[in-house]
Design a protein around this ligand. Sequence first.
Ligand SMILES: Nc1ncnc2c1ncn2[C@@H]1O[C@H](COP(=O)(O)OP(=O)(O)OP(=O)(O)O)[C@@H](O)[C@H]1O
Length: 772
Amino acid sequence: MVSGDYVMTIDSDDEAPIQPTKAKDESVQLDMNFVFDPSVDTLTETWNNASDLGDLVKTGSRPAPISVDDIIARRKQNQVSKKRKRPPAEEEEDQLSGSEVDSGGDDDHDSDESEFARFVAEDAEDPLASSGEEGEDLEVIQSEDQEDQDGVENDEGQSDSSEESEEDETQVEKDRKAAFFADYAGPSEKHESFLHMNLSRPILKALTSLGFVSPTPIQAATIPVALLGKDVVGNAVTGSGKTAAFIIPVIERLLYRERGKKAAATRCLILVPTRELGVQCYEVGKKLSVHTDIRFCLAVGGLSLKSQEAELRTFPDIVIATPGRLIDHLRNSIAFSLDTLDVLILDEADRMLEDGFADELAEIIKSCPQSRQTMLFSATMTDSVDELVRMSLDKPVRLFVDPKRTTARGLMQEFVRVRAGKEADRSALLVSLCKRTFKQRTIIFFRSKKLAHQMRIVFGLLGLKSDELHGDLTQEQRLRALQTFRDGTVDYLMATDLASRGLDIKGVETVVNFDMPGQLAQYLHRVGRTARAGKKGRSVTLVGEADRRMLKAAIKHSAGEDQVRHRVVPPDAVARYAEKLESLKDEIAEIMKEEKEEKLLRQAEMELKRGQNILEHGKEIYSRPARTWFQSEKEKQVAQAVSKQQYESATSLKKSERNQHAPETNKPKRDKFSGLTRRAKRRKTAMEEDETDQHAIGASIRSAKKAMRPKKIGLPEPRPQKMKAKKTHGQKKQKNAGSFDHDLGQRTKPEGIRAKKGDSVGRAGKRPRKSR
Ligand SMILES: Nc1ncnc2c1ncn2[C@@H]1O[C@H](COP(=O)(O)OP(=O)(O)OP(=O)(O)O)[C@@H](O)[C@H]1O
């Protein structure tokens, strides 16, 4: 179903408001019985209480953050006091907007639908080629459409949101996958209410207070299988409730764990790619387990190491972590290990691989007991995830909900064409869109942190309330930005792909892509920040000549034929804003300069403080054991660059297309490890490490941890007469058995009243892994 043929053109003056979703809107088929209460925002409270996280936030290790708004306000104040005759930015802009509204709709430039259709349909392989064979190209697209429709019969759950369509998968590949995945037909009954899912009362109570009445399709599919202890690979569109899909069964199973001080152990690890996602997952978990005694620990980067270490020493039941921080704890927190783990969850696994965490993931998986249950979730699955699945899961059940659909049903995708030679107008286009049409609850994605920051300054000068979210900020700033956007203090969030995954912010009306991302998966995650949980939302993407192939792919993956629009911004409005931006250039440069100077000053102050500290407390500081690192900063960068390169070459467009308007270079720098295989690189890194004293430190930490290892619950009583006999497969299984096995046999004190306990909650059929 490509293409421009059904792409309706709308003028940017047309507000085309998105209708609020009716409770039983038939077009929204996320869940037939889905009752969504918009007044319940599961996370608002969290973010409103973000100060609760305050004591977890690292302080003092970085200079105090600088606020661009303060600089802008200060400058405005100075300008006023100098009595310069400049009208306030906001007023001036309002005048501009006013004149535009009058002139809106008179666009004669690109208003022709068929022109955009041709733009979409032109040769995707060489988007810049001026083809005179449009008719032919259109035909090719139509035949792809046909294939698409024919492909619906393939409901084996085979889905790949990478750019290569699933239809290209060979029969051999399908057979290979079929052999790898468990032959599981799915639950015999269809669950339309949580009440019929065999869940304990404390969970049902929590679900009710969250306003969750019916499970979403991915929840209905996952919960029964996860309760059986089976490994799961779950895939469903963004905003479809994957977090609760894996947290609910874990909580249910943990209700039957052994209690008591001696039995305290960390039994579940949830790995997430970003800190913000960790915070969010932590809050969802806490809310769902509010009526239980299950304890969570959030171990993500950017938050205080010390308080995390202290918490980990108490063996929380569930640890939610980012890979880097977890490895840090595994290496340096003496009491912490993964030896007692029963469930490992990998959320947004493809993003972790893309970010260069493959080595960390391998290390973490190696540290987990083989008998664990593993669940892997993502809205997009790539080949590298397949590799991870093979490495870490044991005959997993593939739960792919609605595999042919990759965007939410309530999402309206709009595209704004940036014509050849008009790339310089992108900023003016964005400002026009925001000034004229998208005035609130809008996330704007940029390829680079620098661009996001610059645009925040521009918006500040134009009187548009915005904040920014990217990796150049402190964790405190990142959390605050999310909070100000959530509570509506600001209307725009300037973000990089850091925010593209998993973030669940209620009421996001619009997602704007300042530039088209290089990979379809990235695009799908970005636009998935709106139209969540059955609601409606809109995405607006600026597409240049080089983005045509991605544009086609995005259209192809849309939820429905009438869900794509071509938006036209009147050129005179763009021209006026371009002029305005040009006049602000010097001021923007001055603000950035001021900001840089302030940063340097604060850094110098920090250094001074650090020096004083060392002078005063040097003896104590140097007597502390040195922390060891899994990878040095440099090695981390190499790994990230290599992963990114591999990810992009596996999933993406031609390099020339990708780099079209990427201001920063993504090019990995050549270094001593370039060209080596990952295994060779790891070996070399390890050898280098061995040359240092760290080896001895590592060994002593490991032996200390071993000595302190809590007795693994679930071990059967020793039976001496059988111990002498030769080890059988069955015995090995018992040795490797997890905590829950024991509990399942001895559910003497179940928590809450269970309607039907039966044998569905357990680890039936779970075998120890031979190799991963
Ligand atoms: N059964 C349910 N009933 C009503 N709302 C639900 C239900 N399950 C989840 N939600 C809501 O749906 C929203 C999206 O959930 P969640 O963030 O888990 O989606 P996701 O599939 O993980 O999205 P992404 O792929 O973007 O990470 C949340 O606001 C959550 O509160």
